[in-house]
Design a protein around this ligand. Sequence first.
Ligand code: FEO
Length: 170
Amino acid sequence: MVNAKVHELLNQQINKEFYSAYLYLDISNYFKARSLDGFANWYMVQAQEERDHAMLFYTYLQNENMPVTLEAIAKPEVTINCDMDALVASLNHEQYVTSLINDIYGAAYDVKDFRTMQFLDWFVKEQGEEETNAHDMISKMELFGSDPKSLYMLNQELAARVYAAPSLVL
Ligand code: FEO
């Protein structure tokens, strides 16, 4: 039996992850309009991963016989005036999501909900990777973004990212 507070936070996280997908779709759309298709691909794959994250929370609640309540997904709150704006918004968002995962983990810890903690362990690791990726994107843009030839090469590199289903299966 999942604690009411833990349940509420898990349910909210479904919405937060779908919002993340929406945010990355918006960023992908920005890069598509810039004709940086590699960047657009990278963020499209990111959006797909976020939908997977949402579905993992959705399925976990169902498996625990807890009601799922779907709420409206907010409009992406990001102002992108240049490429770096998009990359910084991505890092800020991942740091925020990490704080959300930590909050759920903390609530589960408080009530000795070890099953939810075990479920969240995958997300704790995933958030580490997501933040590292976001940092790397900023570093690469700082290094190469001002040189058109280098930006072209970086765009080619990002075009190679392919979607892979999450390693966590429920
Ligand atoms: Fe679902 Fe980007 O964390």
